[in-house]
Every structure is written in C-alpha cells, then in structure tokens.
Design a protein around this ligand. Structure first.
Ligand code: UDP
Ligand code: MG
Length: 328
C-alpha cells in the first residue's frame, strides 16, 4: 500500500486514544465561505444521532488562494477532531480526495464536498448500512439535476451514455464522490497508484458491494463551482482514455475501412485499363476531397494514439500525486 504508507501524515486523529469510528474527508479549493456552514452542519448531524461518536474531520486545502486555510485552522485550534492537509498548489479534487483518504485513520471514511451539495444529513443512514455489514460502500446519487444549466445536464447525460458504451465499467449517472466506505474499501482505493485518477471509474472498477442512496440535487451553499464547461469536457475525455482502449480500436477500424475502399478503387481502375478504356482526367475536386478525408482520419488516429502516449508518459514519470505544504 505504497500511497498509504508514504503519505500518512502522522496526524493521528486519535484524540480519544483509539481509532476514530468515522473520518470525514473534505476537499476544499477556495471554499472560505463554506467551511463554517459545513462544520456547523456536520456537528449538528453527528450530535443528533447517537451511533457515531468518535470522529475526525480532515479538511484538504487544495492550494486555495483565499482564506480557506486560515478558516480551517481556526476550527482545528478550537476542536481537536479537526485536522488539515494543505497542498503547495492546486492539484485537483482527485488528488485532494486521495490525500484525505491516505491521511484518514477511522474505521469508516466518508468523503464529501465542502459546499454542502453532499448533504451531511445522509451520513447516519449511510453509516448504519456500512457498519451494519449490509455493504462495503454507501454511495450517494442525485436523481435530479435541478438548478443546473440545461446544456450542462445534456452533455453530462451524453457523457454517461458514451462511458457506458466505451468503458468496460459501469459509471452510474448522477453518482457523486459522496461515499461512506469501510477500511477494506479505502485500502483498495489507495492500492491503485495511477496518476490519471478518475474516481467515477475507479469506484466501480475495484468492485465490492455498493448501496445507493438517492437524493434530490442541492444547490451550492456558498461560493461558486470550480468546474467550467471546458474543464468538465477534458475530465470526461480523461475518463474515457483512462478506462477504455476502444478509441484505439476505432482508429484501427477506420484505417481498415479506408484500406478496403482503396483496394476496390484500385481494382476498378485496373479493370478499366485492361478493358482498354481510357480513364478520363476529370475528378480534381474528388481527389482533393479524398486526400483531405484520409489525412483527416490519419491525424485523428495519431491524436488518439498520442493521448494514450501522453497518459503513459505521466504514469512513468512517477511524480507524487500532490505535495503537502503543511498538515496538522
Ligand atoms: N475541489 C478541489 N479541488 C479542485 C476543485 C474542486 O478540492 O481543484 C473541491 C471543492 O472545494 C468542493 C468539491 O471539490 O469541495 C467539489 O467542487 P465543486 O463544488 O466546484 O464541483 P461541483 O459540485 O460543481 O461538481
Ligand atoms: Mg459543488
């Protein structure tokens, strides 16, 4: 478990002198305004239930440029259960989640967004089903996309459909990274050391028993989303390249089809010649079209191969997933 051992930050979390029952991992990027409401809501939910007693809350500051870290430190000073890991720059949500999981010590771990879009009110129910042995992972899935721009929802749906066709794994529509997991599940996640981390694919890939909890979409509490349309599109493509080699197969099939077409054309020309027909000299436009078409397909295919090469390049460099500036 290389990631886990190398990057446990010795933060303990065992203020009770024993392993906490539940670790909450919260990735934060410019979430200054969200920390207070989230902390308040988490405490409210946990105090209302009587089953979850010992907790640790790990905030992962993903290179925020605002006062997120100061805000987190404020709560860490007040409450011994609050810990933090702060990155040297923005490494992305996947890296933040990974750092939080690696730093967590609880028997169970839940990952949730800072903006209250993952309602902490679901935690007791999720905890009950995982700790009761009903499943290894309780995952939340939003059944509506209320409040989201329609164009975004449309492309999201296209993405899930494409993923279902391309990848050999089943990516669930509306699934969030809001998951409560047992230790075996967390260790399995940490054992995957790939640099191109695409959680939506990694979760189904590792298997285990997952129970789905459905809920209505909740709009962001404060601040604004970090996902521009462009960033989402790149993320979607990353997912396809990380979990499927079908694009390479498509490039090969296109190549074969074009080759067959050329064989047919060549045979036709040879037969015409043998029959003594003179081939007319027209066809300049069609020749140009054919050249453009084939060179387009060639570039497209080289691009696909390049994508896989680039991914392999980042993997073999073996750089760390993130760099921690400070943690406590
Ligand atoms: N986040 C992060 N690093 C990033 C982008 C986002 O840690 O580079 C965190 C962010 O602070 C939030 C969560 O990931 O807690 C989800 O981000 P956001 O709410 O922007 O995404 P959305 O809910 O719109 O999908
Ligand atoms: Mg959000």
């Amino acid at each position: 478990m290389a990631i886990q051992n190398a990057e446990r930050h010795g933060m303990g979390g065992d203020v009770y002198g024993k392993t906490p029952e539940l670790s909450l991992v919260v990735p934060c990027f410019n979430e200054e305004a969200s920390i207070k409401p989230l902390y308040g809501e988490v405490l409210r939910v946990l105090e209302a239930g009587d089953r979850i007693r010992d907790v640790e809350i790990i905030f992962v500051d993903d290179g925020s440029k605002d006062g997120t870290l100061t805000e987190i430190k404020k709560y860490a000073a007040l409450d011994g259960r609050v810990h933090y890991i702060s990155f040297s720059r923005n490494f992305g949500k996947e890296a933040a989640l990974l750092a939080g999981l690696a730093g967590s010590t609880g028997k169970y771990v839940v990952t949730l967004d800072a903006d209250l879009q993952d309602p902490p009110a679901l935690i007791p129910e999720m905890f009950a089903s995982v700790s009761g042995g009903e499943c290894d992972c309780a995952a939340a899935r939003r059944v509506t996309r209320k409040g989201e721009p329609p164009v975004r929802s449309f492309f999201a749906r296209c993405f899930y459909r494409t993923m279902a066709k391309f990848a050999e794994i089943d990516v669930v529509d509306g699934a969030r990274d809001f998951r409560l997991m047992n230790r075996v599940y967390v260790d399995a996640l940490l054992s995957l050391e790939e640099r191109n981390r695409f959680s939506k694919g990694i979760f189904p890939w590792i298997g285990f028993r997952t129970k789905w909890f459905e809920y209505e979409n909740v709009e962001r509490g404060a601040g604004k989303t970090k996902w521009s349309f462009w960033r989402l599109a790149v993320y979607a493509l990353d997912g396809i390249f990380a979990f499927s080699s079908k694009p390479l197969a498509i490039a090969s099939v296109l190549g074969i089809l074009l080759f067959l077409a050329s064989l047919i054309l060549i045979s036709w020309i040879v037969i015409e010649k043998l029959m003594g027909h003179t081939l007319n000299v027209y066809g300049w436009a069609s020749t140009v079209c054919i050249i453009l078409f084939t060179s387009g397909i060639q570039l497209f295919s080289v691009g696909i191969v390049g994508q896989y090469l680039a991914k392999t390049y980042t993997e073999v460099k073996h750089r760390p997933h993130y760099i921690v500036r400070e943690a406590a």
